[in-house]
Design a protein around this ligand. Sequence first.
Ligand code: MG
Length: 174
Amino acid sequence: MIIAIDCDGVLADFVGGVLDALGAAHTHEDVVCWDIELALGLKRGALAGIVSRPGWVASLRPIDGARDAVDALRAAGHRVVCVTTPWHTSPHWHRERHAWLEREFAFNSRDIVQCGDKSLINTHVLCEDNTRTANAFASRGDRRRAVLIDAPWNRRDAIVAGVTRVASLAEVAR
Ligand SMILES: [Mg+2]
């Protein structure tokens, strides 16, 4: 199978990088909705300011267990591609994200897709932490399945038929 995996919130600890930059006493559990600025009471535009800093994308930490999960999926014979939506206003995002995926997860250029509309992706499976994206992917039919990686920011969301909620990417690899 061809398995598409989202980056932020699935491979890369995006929220952790935001919390580090804020230096505030918040945790991942405080981000209870997709809108981080709303969840943490930040000023509008604060997030764009953080993620656009040079080196910020490159500094993100891989999510615990994600490397092993990707390795296991590859070892099982699946083609794993990363499909990630860039922060298009950041002048650094594309280049840093590409280099990060090569360095941290050994993706090659053929298997990295940076696009703003994941409904264009035609893989068998999409692993995501964004409920809206997962629901839209599965709703297209043609037997495509989405896997929603559980996170505090999607826990309250309803999922549609064709979407399975799992605790982590490791569960997909099992
Ligand atoms: Mg994501």
